[in-house]
Design a protein around this ligand. Structure first.
Ligand SMILES: Nc1ncnc2c1ncn2[C@@H]1O[C@H](COP(=O)(O)OP(=O)(O)OP(=O)(O)O)[C@@H](O)[C@H]1O
Ligand SMILES: [Mg+2]
Length: 206
């Protein structure tokens, strides 16, 4: 099986494994469906991924984005789907994964999520992890580093991003209903983003 299938499966397995945890985080500040939504999306991805005929990074990202958008309800699934779709569009045909390419794909994803979610860094969302993670691959920060070395920094940035979300109130989504009572809690979407980064980093280190 193509290595890219194994990488996606590693991420999917970890999200599915953390389903109840993600749901409990969402229950604490909102409606308690984040784990269910994310596990549904990644189960659908796993079910159909091997049917992709020409599994380039671009095609796999496009398939993932389409699956998240068409099979997951709520906010986060469609936002991740929008990000993956934008990353696929920005991805060169047969791209090899250099820090430069990762940075351009992540930047495209982040811009699309910001636009669709009308959100920004500091709103207590997935962006509070995705933006600092992307920065680890920027030309200034990735100079002379391999993707794996950037991923080490990215994992630290992701963990710090999750911690940052505990210090601020939610400014987007259902968690805004409880106002400042959301301070002290991790944002579920920030945690799912961190889980994906960690799963990918662990997979590439194997
Ligand atoms: N406008 C937004 N921009 C970016 N991320 C967002 C936005 N709204 C919500 N999120 C992310 O989605 C997560 C919640 O996703 P979930 O799968 O629970 O969908 P949901 O219940 O419809 O979300 P919500 O109640 O936040 O609208 C949040 O923790 C946050 O990280
Ligand atoms: Mg929810």
């Amino acid at each position: 099986m193509a290595r890219i299938f194994d990488a996606v499966n590693a991420v999917a397995n970890e999200i599915i494994k953390q389903k109840d945890y993600l749901t409990s985080l969402d229950k604490a500040i909102a409606d308690g469906d984040h784990g269910i939504n994310m596990a549904r999306g990644f189960t659908n991805i796993q079910d159909k991924i091997t049917t992709i005929e020409n599994p380039t990074t671009k095609n796999v990202l496009a398939f993932m984005g389409h699956t998240m958008l068409s099979t997951v309800g709520g906010a986060a699934g469609p936002l991740y789907g929008t990000g993956m779709t934008a990353a696929a569009e920005a991805c060169p045909e047969n791209a090899s994964m250099t820090p430069e390419v990762v940075y351009s794909l992540m930047t495209a994803a982040i811009e699309a999520i910001k636009k669709r979610g009308r959100s920004k860094q500091g709103d207590k969302t997935m962006l509070d992890v995705l933006i600092p993670v992307a920065e680890c691959f920027s030309p200034e920060n990735a100079d002379g580093k391999s993707v794996n070395q950037c991923l080490d920094a990215a994992l630290k940035a992701a963990k710090n991003g999750v911690i940052y979300t505990t210090t601020i109130p939610a400014r987007k989504g259902k968690a805004t209903y409880i106002g400042d009572a959301s301070i002290g809690h991790e944002d579920p979407g920030a945690v799912s983003a961190m889980i994906m980064v960690k799963a990918l980093a662990d997979f590439l280190r194997r």
